[in-house]
Design a protein around this ligand. Structure first.
Ligand SMILES: Cc1cc2nc3c(=O)[nH]c(=O)nc-3n(C[C@H](O)[C@H](O)[C@H](O)COP(=O)(O)OP(=O)(O)OC[C@H]3O[C@@H](n4cnc5c(N)ncnc54)[C@H](O)[C@@H]3O)c2cc1C
Length: 376
């Protein structure tokens, strides 16, 4: 006989862990994870930034709606602050005048905290930017570093405190619906519940396929990161996350080192993705052209998958083609910073078919996130 629950969540990355923790408040929830270690895939490979100027308007609303919870980390949720000040500087290089004007026009009406900087002001914040490399910038002083491990562990801890059951090494290999109940066949046995939450990250379309559903067109894209030593004799720790406005590369202080990325977006099938040497070389080339930083040695390098649907908005809602099959996917490059709002949204959509009041008041409706947009 399968083990029964009210909800089965597939995938214990940040999306599944956050949703499972919220759902377990008043339901029996089983969280199934294929790997031995939750967070092994995208969640453990991010750049750990929280920025309310990143992504489209829906993403910015979901990010803003997560902030209060991350700032409070209250009621024993975490042992350390989740957010610490960082700032984000989107700088424009010669030739990026139009992109700078567009970013400013889009972001400044929505967020009075963002500031327009001239080249000298941008270089005062990040003195290693070469004089000829900057024509201006948009600065978001309130952007933060996220302690991803603390946040993820906080959700898993809360999930367990609420009686939730995490099963690792449990790859879902079959999904069958009968009599209003889904049965998930896994490498750790069978589990049954009326509601399945598909939080399988880059594998979300694969999991839907197990249930006999067509894909939503999720495209996993490789993104590479590396760390190097900061320049000798310079305290880099106060620098903001520094990103060129066309998102061709970025760098940020990270635990005493500099994290650098070529901001690559290479489409590929879901897998345990590894960095490509060419992307590492591109990152170093872009960094050394735009800054005076010299790279003697790459200390660490890794890659992770950022998975997007066509409109780059996350997917949160029941599939109109299958009763009880709920999507929590397409988190792209913002799954950490939006996790709390996505999880609250999932609970509210499952219970009442609408998003929480604060998210609706900010201007986001359920239809914008719904998988129904791929089913017409
Ligand atoms: C280099 C890089 C930088 C990034 N920077 C940021 C950032 O600064 N800020 C930000 O907010 N986001 C950032 N992101 C994006 C963020 O990491 C992702 O959006 C987020 O981690 C996605 O979480 P997830 O839970 O959906 O996916 P995952 O963490 O990949 O979790 C999905 C889980 O599902 C499991 N799974 C899959 N199939 C099955 C199955 N059949 N059965 C059981 N389990 C299964 C997998 O094993 C996996 O553990 C970055 C990503 C990368 C790669």
């Amino acid at each position: 006989m399968p083990e029964t629950a009210d909800v089965i969540v597939i995938g214990a990355g940040i999306a599944g862990a956050a949703a499972a923790a919220h759902l377990a408040a008043d339901r029996r929830v089983v969280l199934l994870e294929r790997e031995s270690q939750p967070g092994y895939h995208s969640t453990g490979r991010s750049a750990a930034l929280f920025t309310e100027t990143y992504g489209n308007r829906a993403i910015r609303i979901l990010t803003g709606a997560s902030r209060t919870f991350y700032e409070a980390w209250a009621d024993g949720f975490a042992e350390h602050p989740i957010l610490t000040p960082r700032g984000a500087l989107m700088f424009a290089m010669p030739g990026q005048e139009e992109a700078l004007a567009t970013a400013w026009a889009e972001l400044s009406p929505d967020d009075p905290r963002v500031r327009r900087l001239d080249a000298a002001e941008a270089r005062a914040l990040v003195p290693v930017l070469r004089a000829g490399s900057v024509i201006g910038a948009v600065h978001e002083p309130d952007s933060m570093d996220i302690d991803v491990h603390e946040l993820h562990q906080g959700y898993l801890r809360r999930f367990r405190q609420r009686g939730g059951r995490l099963v690792v090494d449990a790859e879902v290999r079959a999904l069958v619906s009968a009599g209003g109940c889904w049965t998930a066949g896994t490498t750790m046995g069978d589990f049954a519940a009326p509601v399945i939450v598909n939080a399988a990250g880059a594998w979300a379309d694969v999991v839907a396929g197990l249930a006999g559903l067509p894909p939503i067109g999720l495209v996993p894209m490789r993104r590479t990161a590396l760390t190097i030593a900061p320049p000798a004799g310079i305290d880099a720790s106060p620098w903001p996350m520094t990103l060129d406005i066309g998102e061709n590369f970025y760098f940020k202080p990270d635990a005493g080192r500099l994290l650098v990325s070529p901001a690559d977006e290479t489409p590929m099938p879901p897998c345990d993705v590894q960095p490509d040497e060419l992307d590492i070389a591109i990152a170093i080339d872009r960094l050394t052209r735009a800054t005076t930083i010299e790279v003697a040695r790459v200390e660490r390098k890794w890659a992770g998958l950022r998975s997007f649907v066509a409109d780059k908005t996350t997917v949160n809602g029941f599939d109109p083609l299958a009763n009880g099959f709920f999507w929590l996917a397409g988190q792209g490059g913002y799954g950490i910073q939006t996790a709390e709002a996505m999880a609250r949204g999932a609970v509210s959509l499952i219970e009442r078919g609408e998003l929480p009041a604060d998210i609706r008041a900010a201007g986001l409706d359920a239809a914008t996130l719904s998988p129904a947009r791929f089913r017409s």
